[in-house]
Design a protein around this ligand. Sequence first.
Ligand code: SF4
Ligand code: SF4
Length: 308
Amino acid sequence: MLIKEQIHAAAREVGFSLCGVAKCRSLDVSRARFEGWLASGCGDGLDYLSRNIEKRFDPAQLVEGAKTVIICALNYRNAITNGYSAEARCKIASYACTTDYHFTIKAMLRQMFERLRASNPTLTGRAFVDSAPLAEKLWAVEAGLGWIGRQSLLVTREYGTTVLLGALVVCDEADSYDRPYEGNGCGECRRCVEACPNRAIGDGNGIDSRRCISRLTIESEAVAPEGCGLHGWIFGCEECQNVCPYNHSKPVATLPEIAPTFDPRQITAVDWQTMSDEEFKARFGRTPMARSGLDRIAEASRNSRFKI
Ligand code: SF4
Ligand code: SF4
């Protein structure tokens, strides 16, 4: 059997900012809400979301014999978070200004798993970082880390929304579990709804991903609906996070592995448009931007103030 306090300690020791431990079950209410969102058309074009829905909400369908979901959060706030001027034209989401978090968090989860195995040698399980259909944000709520804000992100009291998530789904019970987060700290606040330049955030049914700049700059098949623009962003978008009161006066991340490896404020549109593939690969090949590729980023830098 796993000891909850040992799980929390292992997460801290490998560098995670937050950790929660949830008992495996089927999140039926969340699944119904997600299916309603899909039916509304707000996720149209993201076909992978409608595959393996049962696995997203029931980890036992994903990992045979799963008993416990351990959700870990890593604060990534850095000098670029909230650091753009109103005139900035080639903005990049601050989580993307460093090594791809998939590598970093996966390595941390593996270290954590080995620590847990030291006292539970028969422990089995799998680590996930966006790598399988697992509703990580909803499991984070189930594990007590925070609530889902109007902009569909996890909001934590400790670090606001600037956290990246990873999950360990393991086949042992824990001696106790964290309590699911109760309530919703958004209250009457609508700042993110009002700040979204493409009006992608609804009042009750999550975001319309078809209008979201993050998707428009990252997902290769995305086509901007009439009236939507990139508003100076060339990879990702943080407008709805910048205005969230839970992001004010929060600590900057200290883990060297997620320190920024470049400053997008020093790279102009011309730099992006004249960059060679070799230079892009050398400077940004291990960042999340490799997923978009240079052509798409250079194109966004041509159009980032305009409709695409
Ligand atoms: S990321 Fe940008 S476009 Fe997407 S919902 Fe937030 S503010 Fe709107
Ligand atoms: S800006 Fe306000 S409504 Fe939006 S997530 Fe933050 S607290 Fe909630």
